[in-house]
Design a protein. Structure first.
Length: 109
């Protein structure tokens, strides 16, 4: 049985890179192959743009790392999509902060 040494929330772009690198080293397991296939098919975003988005989102102090990664992975198109991601914390954000998030996401798309 393997021991978990570290745990970190990562973006879909980072996950795809890790799986692709690992796939060159060893044969991926069933779940890993499925995850990589999904990421290649549905998550074709540019790493640089996602990193820029994360940088912009980190400027908003009220957002936690988990929320920032979720926003970067899902790329909400409107307030309703963003509300689902932020759940109870949505009401804590000002309208300006919500607009900043949505504008930053639009730059990536």
């Amino acid at each position: 049985m393997m021991e978990i040494i570290d745990e970190k929330i990562i973006t879909d772009v980072e996950a795809r890179e890790i799986l692709e690198k690992r796939g060159k080293e060893i044969e991926l397991g069933y779940e890993q192959k499925n995850a990589l296939e999904f990421l290649n098919k549905y998550r074709k975003y540019d790493k640089k743009k996602i990193e820029e988005l994360i940088g912009e989102l980190k400027k908003i102090d009220k957002l936690r790392e988990k929320q920032i990664i979720m926003i970067a992975n899902i790329l909400p198109k409107d307030r309703d999509d963003l509300r689902v991601i932020l759940e109870k914390d949505f009401s804590v954000l000002s309208d300006d902060e919500i607009n900043l998030i949505l504008e930053a996401v639009k730059k990536v798309m």
